[in-house]
Design a protein around this ligand. Structure first.
Ligand SMILES: Cc1cc2nc3c(=O)[nH]c(=O)nc-3n(C[C@H](O)[C@H](O)[C@H](O)COP(=O)(O)OP(=O)(O)OC[C@H]3O[C@@H](n4cnc5c(N)ncnc54)[C@H](O)[C@@H]3O)c2cc1C
Length: 455
């Protein structure tokens, strides 16, 4: 075949999964090029909170938390009722601690252990994140490393299709630049184009329950990697699974961190009533918020939570700055100021506080964080929507897509949202906090290392 350019490893997609895959392949000695459809790197990863689980990392150990890959794998399998692909769960749980250490020690990514929260689905605290909880910090550090390490980073170059050799293996890809197509030869191609959150048609086909909800992720995620895989005969897995989020501030559109709930807050609908066991988590509560009047709710919490979040979460500071967090000493007046029936809100708060104090909770919540809540209070109006899809190309433990007969497609890898995730077979309830970046960065490292070592 005639090529316009050639490389050892071609990475398609410049989010977290693609950047880590490129760096891992480069570390193994490969010549690497990364192409990104948009004019800047980042994808969903830059929009995320940058939280990464790391079971058994030395940072977690230094904080005195006992953990292991086995424990993390058990947690994920429990959260997904045993439906997540176990070979990936085990591979990613094993990878997670070393991944976090490698990112800090070798890639200068400023992650630190967040000891004070267990997070949804995790039996011990194991999340590591950047200051300010912004994924853009992680992307900036990875992009710098990629450029410093001689990886050819090319934004503004969408891949249009993959190219095969005469034996059916992958031999490269066609990219488009300025209206002209170029054929890039590659010995290995790593698909890191995320899932299909921005593709309404695919959402209607595979996850109709969330297809009409707002999508808060990156618009580049049109599912191309999954479509190319299908064209090559790859099999799909868990296409109905997704991560939703039940608390995106309205109308600001900023992430209202679930830490507010975990530290004692609760949700009410526009009728000022509770409607769900909030311990289902931010993804698990998505459908419940979607089912409420106008698809809206309020997060209610007190000043201890407010003062905890303010210094830590840039998104929360943004909500406060744009007037999205209404505070007041008197719950009835505060409710009325937010358009709720103040008296009903007062009664709901009293019932919630009594459940937090030991009475049976009609919704079954058991962990109430720092509640009972006490004045002054804060209310933030929120809505629910889709963050990213969790189904994709079925891959083996080396991140290689599989055909129906179980054989791997030669020279091809899929990571992050392009591959099947570890959030179970269906719906939004299997998502453990930070499963998204686990699959992106963890599989990215596995794929890049394998591609680099098997050239
Ligand atoms: C608001 C928000 C907060 C989140 N917070 C967290 C969190 O704290 N922890 C966590 O684990 N997960 C979180 N997630 C989920 C997480 O962001 C994703 O799971 C993860 O970033 C996926 O990484 P990725 O590399 O697979 O995809 P992305 O980061 O989305 O990167 C994919 C890239 O591929 C590019 N691309 C697509 N098609 C092509 C093409 N044809 N050619 C070239 N390039 C292409 C896209 O433009 C994009 O830049 C969050 C998501 C959202 C929306």
């Amino acid at each position: 075949m005639a090529w316009d350019a050639q490389t050892d490893v071609l990475v398609v997609g410049g989010g977290g999964g693609g950047l880590v895959a490129a760096l891992a392949a480069r570390e193994s000695g490969a010549e690497v090029a990364l192409v990104e459809k948009h004019d800047r790197l980042g994808g969903n990863t830059a929009l995320s909170s940058g939280s990464v689980p790391g079971a058994g990392s030395r940072f977690q150990q230094a904080a005195g938390v006992e953990d292991s890959a086995d424990r993390m794998a058990l947690d994920i399998m429990r959260q997904t009722d045993g439906t997540a692909p176990e070979h990936l769960v085990r591979a990613l749980a094993r990878e997670s601690g070393p991944l976090v250490e490698w990112m800090v020690d070798h890639l200068n990514v400023p992650l630190s252990f967040v000891p004070d929260l267990k997070k949804v689905g995790h039996s011990v605290p194991r999340t590591h994140g950047p200051m300010g909880r912004q994924g853009a910090t992680v992307v900036a550090a990875l992009e710098q490393q990629a450029r410093d390490n001689g990886i050819l980073v090319s934004p503004g170059n969408p891949v249009r299709r993959l190219l095969q050799n005469s034996a059916g293996g992958i031999a490269g890809a066609v990219i488009e630049n300025g209206g002209t197509e170029h054929r890039i030869g590659a010995r290995k191609v790593i698909l890191a184009t995320n899932g299909f959150g921005a593709n309404k048609k695919m959402l209607r086909d595979y996850i109709p329950e969330i297809a009409e909800a707002p999508y808060f992720g990156h618009q580049g995620n049109m599912g191309e990697g999954i479509i190319w895989g299908l064209e090559l005969g790859a099999r799909l897995r868990d296409m109905g699974a997704y991560q939703g989020h039940a608390s995106v501030s309205h109308p600001q559109g900023a992430l209202m961190t679930w830490s507010a709930i975990e530290r004692g807050g609760f949700l009410v609908n526009l009728e000022a009533e509770r409607f769900v066991d909030e311990s289902l988590g931010y993804s698990g509560c998505t459908s419940a918020v979607r089912a409420q009047t106008e698809h809206m709710a309020f997060v209610v919490f007190d000043d201890r939570v407010h003062h905890y979040l303010e210094p830590k979460a840039q998104d929360y500071r943004d909500i406060v700055a744009y007037g999205g967090a209404r505070r007041g000493a008197e719950i009835e007046a505060l409710g009325a100021a937010c358009g709720l029936d103040g008296r009903s809100l007062g009664e709901t708060l009293a019932r919630y506080n009594s459940a937090a104090g030991g009475a049976a909770d009609p919704f079954g919540r058991k962990d109430f964080g720092g509640a009972p809540l006490r004045p002054p209070f804060t209310l933030v109006k929120v809505t629910a929507g889709l963050f990213h899809t969790q189904g994709g190309l079925d891959v083996n433990a080396n991140a290689q897509p599989l055909r129906d007969d179980g054989t791997a497609i030669e020279n091809l890898y899929a990571v992050g949202g392009t591959a099947v995730g570890v959030s179970g077979a269906d719906g939004n309830k299997g998502y453990c906090s930070a499963n998204g970046l686990l699959a992106a960065l963890g599989l990215g490292r596995i794929a890049g290392r394998h591609a680099g070592r098997t050239l």
